[in-house]
Ligand binder design. Sequence first.
Ligand code: SF4
Length: 425
Amino acid sequence: MKAFDIDNLHITLDKEGARAYAKVSYPLRYGRFAEIKTHAHVFQFNLNGELKFISGRGKDWPHPSEWLKRTITNDWVYYSTGGYDGPYDCFGEYYVPCLSYPSNNINSCDPFHDNAVISAIKAWDRLHETLMELNSSSLPKEMRDFIDLVMVNSPTELRKRSGRIYEIIGDNITVLPPDVRHVDYDVIPIIIADGCLYKCGFCRVKSRLHFKERSRKDIKTQVRDLKKFFGNDISNYNSVFLGQHDALNSSYDLVEFAARYAFESFDLNNSNIDGPSLFIFGSVDSIIKSDYYIFERIEKLPFKTYINIGFESADQETLDKLGKGITKEAVERAFTKSVEINRRYEKIEITSNFVLGDHLPEGHIKSFFKLIEKNFDQPFHKGSIYFSPLINAKNTGWKRNIKREFFKLKIRIPVPSFLYLIQKL
Ligand code: SF4
């Protein structure tokens, strides 16, 4: 770690963050990064000199444990402590992500209208101008190189590049599995199959494409271009998302090929962060048709694998109302299999999604608890169940009540359960 002061800037290179993801209530950084401190803000940069985090130092900053993150698609996420409303019990994290784009967020937080947050984002523009005017000739070469790198990655340049990752993988990632929260949404995405099986009526994130596997050649090209895109900062990644909405429905050979090829090509064994994870979406049909020998092979991958399945409901009337073309019998079968997989395999966690809405048939919650009673006779530590709140713009009272309704369910569920906020890359 090397630090210098120039004008009113305190610049530190090669800072070391934590080597493993952790659930903490303060702003913990991971991997390696650089930092520029001004009297009012702390700006943190990835190994390409691209801005990643801003936090305020002044008394107007909303909370010392809150910060802004710039995602690789150039969106802002504000990490709020969530007040006294128990963010961990709701979301499994000690913060509430406030997104700068539309989602099913149930929180009322809107930091993007807070003056301190607005000026932090503007301060980054100003920092860039300050660096342009800086006489850095007296600084050591590595410090000058870093400043040059930050200047190349100006706010305008990063804005221009915001869609590049989608060009590489050939589609937008409109939603990531909720399990990606375990790595703070820092995943390298590779699409191995487009589309999904059901095209459900209620779904706001579905792809326009029909389910179709990509070729190995296409996957290799994505990996090659992603390596270039992530550049030096790839060493700060330890996790991969195999998209799109139902990668488990692909032939297992393709899943294994993509996972192993990515692991080797991105050199995840030597990542600055330990504990590589693989994230996949699956479906009721794809889990039913996957033989146990497939999970034996997934267990042997050099990752901990999270597979998230959209069950939505175990009640036929609700499934029909949601426009999800599956039967309740298939949901029951797939759920029982997912519980069995969670018991058999240490390195695989199947998680499930169910909807939570104010206008759903009575049978929805009843059938959910019948499913739970049938599959659990005691608490189990994995296999999280997520509830996706269906936001009803006409019923604002419901939005205010979601957490309360969720807690009424949570206390009766013998596995970890959380609310699912739709978050993209
Ligand atoms: S909920 Fe899943 S399966 Fe249904 S349309 Fe959306 S992405 Fe496809």
